[in-house]
Write a protein that binds this ligand. Structure first.
Ligand SMILES: [Zn+2]
Length: 246
């Protein structure tokens, strides 16, 4: 039995209605963890490549490569993310502009189009026509509703390219600093950097399972194996090349 809705009750104030849901795509956690994982894997591998190709007691090239790798990777990620998000919202805004012109040019057609969309959602035709007519009283409001209904764009909530760029810069940097940290603190043996990196890989892989719903042990071990393999193979490359050019 469903409870009857009491329509004599006034509707709540729109500002008081809680529309916030946890972001089902994982929100900031996904890009942050993947960015950090990317930074960790690439810089761990880079450093192991340099370790493989240089003499054991010379840490200067390792620190240099580690910091340059961090900066280069973080800038590259930030630039890539900026372009990606910026072009995505430029494309969305171009579609919104087309919709705006259409609404101004062909009001009747667009009003009918919106009414059909409401009918498809289960609204009676006369109500759908009335709602659509009221939405179209303000053309800008109509543009906003059409954009959301037709191509899922929230005009007031477009992603910021700058924010995306900054977050990926810091996420990558955070992961990339892990294998360099022991050297910066004066530890000369690569084993501390290796241990720290493997712990970081496991942690990243385990955290990602919060999104993928796999077991954290599986996620951690998988990431540890993949990142460890990347670093091991790059070590072999460094070792081989170092022997040739040394
Ligand atoms: Zn439309």
């Amino acid at each position: 039995m469903t409870e009857a809705v009491d329509r004599s009750e006034p509707l709540p104030d729109p500002d008081a209605v809680e529309h916030e849901h946890p972001d089902v795509t994982g929100g900031w956690l996904r890009p942050a963890v993947f960015g950090a994982m990317d930074g960790l894997v690439s810089n761990f591998a880079l450093i192991m490549g340099v370790v493989g190709g240089t003499s054991a007691n010379d840490t200067k090239p390792i620190v240099l490569a580690g910091l340059a790798g961090l900066a280069a990777g973080a800038f590259s990620m930030a630039a890539g993310e900026y372009t990606s998000v910026a072009s995505q919202s430029e494309f969305a805004l171009a579609q919104v502009e087309i919709e705006r012109e259409e609404i101004l040019r062909n009001k009747a057609g667009e009003e009918a189009e919106l009414a059909v969309m409401f009918v498809e959602k289960g609204v009676d035709e006369d109500v759908a026509r009335e709602v659509s007519a009221q939405i179209h009283r303000d053309p800008e409001n109509a543009v906003r509703v059409h954009a959301r209904e037709e191509f899922g764009v929230d005009v007031d909530d477009l992603a910021s390219p700058m924010l995306a760029a900054l977050s990926s810069f810091f996420a990558f940097g955070l992961g990339a600093i892990i294998p360099v940290l022991p050297y910066l603190l004066g530890v000369e043996s690569p084993w501390t950097a290796i241990a720290l990196s493997l712990i970081g890989l496991f942690a990243c892989g385990a955290i990602v399972t919060r999104i993928t719903a796999r077991s954290w042990l599986f996620g951690g071990v998988r990431q540890l194996a993949l990142g460890g393999a990347a670093a091991g193979l790059t070590y072999l490359v460094g070792d081989a090349v170092g022997g040739v050019i040394g």
